[in-house]
Design a protein. Sequence first.
Length: 108
Amino acid sequence: MSATTVTLDDSTFDEHVKAAEVPVLVDFWAEWCGPCKMIAPVLEEIAAEQAGRLQIAKLNIDENLDITRRFGVMSIPTLILFKDGEPKVRLVGAKPKGQLLQELAGYL
């Protein structure tokens, strides 16, 4: 992880997402997931470019089963955008940067 992304877990998820002053895009990922590794640098770029407007957070599904189950994450990478503590958009699969930004634009 970098200075532009936050790592969440079952114990910090609710507090962090609800307290965030900007939308939070949570990346549900796993160490063994190839597409997750492909999308990681794209998310880092978006985090740096959208600093102050959007926060990127990562949640390892293998280590955080409660949150993973609560949001019904079945495939990874799954990206869920939370605004005001509520899920607004769910994106499944690795997507190019332009497509991600386009799908999130209405919430930023």
